[in-house]
Design a protein around this ligand. Structure first.
Ligand code: BJW
Ligand code: ZN
Length: 256
């Protein structure tokens, strides 16, 4: 075992409150594509064409076509070992807040699976960029269960049952405000955490990428797990180069 892994295990095991911040890399081993880097979605698609409110206003059919494709893709993916041990640790020890930038629902699914007949709440994540598995009205803001989207023409796109406005996926696009309740809770958890475990994010998108800085500023320890260096690497006290599914179980699995 490397020195970094040993130190990370000790910091996590000694910690009172832990915040876990995850990004697309935690779901990569489940088969969900990341955004940046080799094979990332932004290599093939331009974010400004698909992940901004302006793009949706201009070409709602094209944006829906892309999100419908991603919904299908994600629905075939399962939580991996990293999602599972995070959920198990949150249920076992409490005082763990899982904050995810991911919209794939895999942390929530892992929480429900780990809880079985018990209450999964302690392991449910704060989804700061929303959820691919929920719709929201672009006019009145009402949230709803996802519908099957027929994106063959603008006329067939799904509409709000209340006001007739166009439905959209309930995700946070560039230039949009995050839900203040959700990011506020994430900020509070990061500020009071003894350890912030950051897994699988390029740490380029704000305000999520600033959360570990809150922990650091209060004297907490930041641990990064990522195969690549990120802007957070120099902030992290402990930086571990590796895959989430390999490293996270060693750090917080039941036998850790
Ligand atoms: C592995 C692995 C394995 C691979 N194991 N690891 C401050 C500074 C600069 C800019 C800003 C700032 N504050 C705000 C901004 C603007 C902007 C922003 O951050 N821009 C930067 C990109 C420059 N932020 C916003 O616009 C946000 N809104 C906002 O701030 O509103 C304020 C406001 C105020 C007043 C008026 C209006 C607004 C909103 C950001 C929303 C981001 N949305 C997206 C799309 C969500 C919907 C969807 O999925 O379609 O969220 S973009 C995309 O990036 C997605 C992700 O959640 C997010 C982060 O990506 P993530 O998770 O880090 O993934 P990758 O692919 O980048 O990285 C994967 C990592 O995994 C890599 O490091 C790999 O090495 C690693 N990895 N395999 C472990 N097996
Ligand atoms: Zn509506």
């Amino acid at each position: 075992m490397t020195d970094a892994i040993e130190r990370a295990r000790t910091a996590l095991s000694d910690a009172g409150a832990v915040v876990v911040l995850t990004g697309a890399g935690v779901s990569a081993e489940s088969g969900v594509p990341t955004f940046r880097g080799a094979g990332g979605l932004w290599k093939e698609f331009r974010p400004e064409d698909l992940a901004t409110p302006e793009a949706f206003a201009r070409h709602p059919r094209v944006v829906w076509e892309w999100y419908a494709w991603r919904r299908t893709l994600v629905s075939a993916c399962l939580p991996n070992a990293a999602h599972r041990v995070m959920a198990e640790r949150a249920l076992r020890r409490g005082n763990v807040t899982i904050v995810t930038q991911n919209v794939d629902g895999l942390h929530a699914r892992a929480a429900r699976e780990a809880a079985g007949d018990a209450d999964p709440t302690a392991a449910l994540p704060l989804e700061v960029h929303g959820s691919l598995l929920r719709d929201r009205c672009s006019r009145c803001g009402a949230r709803s269960e996802p519908v099957t989207v027929d994106a063959t023409s603008e006329a067939t796109l799904p509409r709000c049952a209340r006001c007739g406005g166009l439905l959209r996926p309930d995700v946070v696009w560039f230039g949009e405000m995050l839900d203040q309740g959700v990011i506020g809770s994430a900020d509070a958890a990061a500020t009071t955490a003894d350890v912030c475990l950051v897994v699988g994010t390029s740490a380029l998108v704000h305000p999520a990428a600033s959360l570990p800085l809150r922990t650091r500023a209060q004297g907490g320890v930041v641990i990064e797990v990522n195969p690549e260096e990120t802007p957070l690497t120099r902030v992290a006290e402990i930086s571990i180069r590796g895959l989430a599914g390999d490293v996270v179980p060693v750090l917080i699995g039941e036998t850790a």
